[in-house]
Design a protein around this ligand. Structure first.
Ligand code: SF4
Length: 430
């Protein structure tokens, strides 16, 4: 899996985990979104607890500042095991003794309670076209207020946002200056230095999104599962205020928090990073089946989502594996699920690899179409003229054309092909 060189990593083995928490397992209490449930859950939920940061919780001074700023909240899904805790948000299932920090870097055990440090303190936010998520079949041409905190549940060797995803909250934010909340009146006057101390609580996010006339909020760039509590509260409030929510995720999340969050989600983009456990282990961490379960859950709940597959040379460019993946998508999600193949560019720990050859991406698209997928795209390329074109599955004419993230032609009438009337899958209403 490859913990960063700088990380204070520690593998908590099953034996050690049992030693520190087993006695409490028979009577463990499970916290699920604010309620405590007596639980008989045990370590068998995951094969091996994740690497954590041993004794790496903030010191008393920083912790006090963080709390005063409102950037600390009790976690929503976890088990109390005496003085120890087990997070139940993602399949890493981190087991933390007091003073330990989680695998995603955002959670700590303080005196037997699990807290997130990633609440109301995004390290980046922008207004993006929804096509940049990428979502091609969801309110095309609209804009999403997009935000992220530090942290991630994965360790992808190719991460393009590693400078925030592989950082602790206190490496991206600074609570030492005066408090600064981002209110709509402050838009446009924020300096680079302000970003480190600015707060953006759920009601601020809603107010700013409305002031910017964006119809949706995207939880993106790093991994929303790693800032679950912040994303959940913001999604809920946004829904109450008539805004839409877009989750951009690796899909590695436990079933209960996924279903809790999904009730407020309007669209999702899920990375399917490979199609076997070995690739996930070498390239990303995590397990394939968890991601497939997330895809099936979104499908079952009727939430619009699109799938992206980054084609990384020597890791995920095998066409047989791509064919198996496309077959699974058709069999389990149907032919109308959009699939985006994305071109790898050298970065992070894979900067020695070349960009994905364009002909591999075209062959992957051909294989996906041959498997029966109706809407297949190629991202991060300029060389393929119709890389972002939606073709009508009825008459085969182009009905939506795009230039990178801009819609240049839109020939749907009420969600149907302008030429032959065939319905085009997606969420098209204004
Ligand atoms: S969300 Fe973070 S703390 Fe929770 S199990 Fe996953 S990596 Fe661990």
């Amino acid at each position: 899996m490859g913990m960063d060189q700088t990380a204070v990593g520690c593998v908590m083995t099953r034996r050690r985990a049992l030693a520190c928490g087993a006695a409490a397992f028979a009577g463990a209490s499970l916290r699920c979104n604010g309620s405590w449930i007596d639980s008989l859950l045990h370590l068998g939920d995951s094969e091996a607890p994740a690497e954590i940061f041993k004794g790496d919780a903030p010191d008393a001074r920083l912790w006090a500042q963080w709390r005063e700023r409102g950037w600390v909240r009790e976690a929503s899904h976890y088990l109390k095991l005496g003085a120890n805790v087990q997070c139940k948000t993602c399949p890493n299932n981190c087991i933390l003794e007091p003073g330990d920090r989680s695998h995603c870097r955002n959670k700590v055990n303080c005196d037997g309670t699990l807290y997130t440090m990633a609440y109301g303190n995004p390290c980046t936010f922008h207004v993006d076209p929804v096509e940049k998520k990428p979502l091609f079949h969801f309110h095309p041409g609209s804009r999403a207020f997009s935000l992220a905190t530090s942290g991630c549940v994965f360790r992808c060797l190719n991460c393009q946002n590693w400078e925030i995803s592989q950082k602790k909250p206190e490496e991206t934010k600074d609570p030492s200056g005066p408090e600064l909340r981002l209110l709509p009146s402050r838009l446009g006057s924020l300096t680079y230095e302000d970003m480190a101390r600015v707060s953006l609580f759920p009601d601020d996010v809603v107010a700013v999104t409305k002031a910017l006339a964006c119809p949706s909020i995207a939880y993106t760039y790093s991994e929303p599962t790693a800032f679950y509590e912040y994303a959940f509260d913001t999604c809920k409030l946004a829904r109450e205020n008539g805004l839409m929510n877009i989750i951009v995720s690796c899909g590695s999340i436990e079933d209960r928090p996924l279903r809790d969050l999904a009730q407020f989600v309007d669209a999702a983009h899920v990375d399917l990073k490979g199609f076997d456990d070995e690739t996930y282990r070498r390239l990303n961490s995590g397990k394939l089946q968890t991601i497939l379960n997330t895809l099936k859950t979104y499908n079952e709940m009727g939430i619009w989502f699109e799938v992206i597959n980054l084609v990384v040379p020597t890791y995920t460019d095998d066409l047989d594996s791509i064919r198996r993946m496309c077959g699974w998508l058709v069999d389990n999600l149907g032919p109308d699920r959009p699939l985006h193949f994305s071109r790898f560019m050298p970065q992070h720990k894979l900067d020695h690899l070349p960009p994905t050859p364009v002909d591999i991406l075209v062959r992957a698209r051909d294989a996906a179409r041959a498997a029966g997928l109706r809407y297949v795209y190629i991202g991060n390329v300029r060389e393929v003229a119709d890389a972002g074109t939606t073709y009508c599955p009825g008459c085969r004419r182009p009905v939506i054309e795009r230039d990178v993230f801009s819609v240049t032609s839109f020939l749907l009438d009420g969600g149907k092909c302008h030429f032959c009337g065939t319905p085009i899958a997606g969420v098209w209403a204004a």
